[in-house]
Ligand binder design. Structure first.
Ligand code: NAP
Length: 204
């Protein structure tokens, strides 16, 4: 599968390496300023290249990047790993979308023709490195309203050694994002049903 990655951070770098090892063709974008220095592609190039796209920039860059890439993402599964938070020197990390509206719903508002699927945003890259391909399998929660996006995300999660766990439509993505009960939860797949049910019912 061809995978275009938008956002060249730690998470993107790890997933790019693992997907290449699994036999996928992967390109990772970086900010345009770096292009001449490194030869790395822009976000628009990456979105056009991918049959599937991973969207993993910092949230402060998200809207600008969507404006540049929405056309190239039309009809494609787009895995959203972002957390909708921005840094403020006065308050530290602050939520950047209204309570009750997930980051992925905001991205869907900005690029409604992409097939958005929330994935890879509940665990840090360090946890993913430690758990990948090992038993007991780590659950990776996915939220989407699209069949093709669910299938693509599940395959790409399995290919790098985790267990996809379907956590409902994008309205449930609030559970997995900043402030949600599944955020930064390291959950064995055997416990995923119970942990998810508790999260939905408001517990932790
Ligand atoms: N790390 C975690 O524990 C974790 C876990 C779950 C979810 N997440 C979320 O996943 C996303 C990525 O996480 P991360 O830790 O990899 O974040 P990060 O290290 O902050 O990486 C974000 C990357 O996006 C890049 N970017 C900004 N503008 C761009 C552009 N025009 N084109 C291409 N790339 C651009 C940034 O480049 P510059 O550095 O050059 O600005 C940076 O490399 C974030 O939204 C984060 O909240 C992170």
């Amino acid at each position: 599968m061809r995978i275009g990655i938008i956002g060249g951070g730690e998470l993107s770098g790890s997933l790019a390496e693992w997907w290449k090892q699994a036999g996928h063709e992967v390109i990772v974008s970086s900010p345009a300023d770096d292009r001449e220095l490194t030869g790395i592609v822009t976000a628009t190039d990456a979105a056009a290249f991918g049959e599937v796209v991973l969207f993993a920039p910092d949230w402060a860059s998200a809207h600008t990047l969507i404006d540049a890439t929405a056309g190239a993402m039309t009809g494609k599964p787009v895995l959203d790993a972002t957390d909708p938070v921005v840094w403020s020197t006065d308050h530290g990390y602050e939520r950047a979308v209204p309570i009750g509206h997930s980051g992925i719903e905001t991205l869907s508002d900005w690029a409604p023709d992409a097939q958005w699927v929330k994935a890879f945003n509940t665990c840090s890259p360090g946890v993913l490195r430690r758990r990948r391909g090992r038993d007991p399998l780590l659950a990776e929660f996915i939220c989407t309203d699209h069949r093709a996006a669910r299938v693509a995300a599940a395959r790409l999660i399995e290919d790098v050694g985790f267990a996809p766990f379907f956590a409902g439509g994008v309205t449930n993505a609030c559970l997995t994002e900043a402030g949600g009960p599944l955020r930064l939860r390291e959950v064995d797949v055997a416990d995923a049903t119970a942990v998810f049910a508790q999260a939905v019912s408001g517990g932790r």
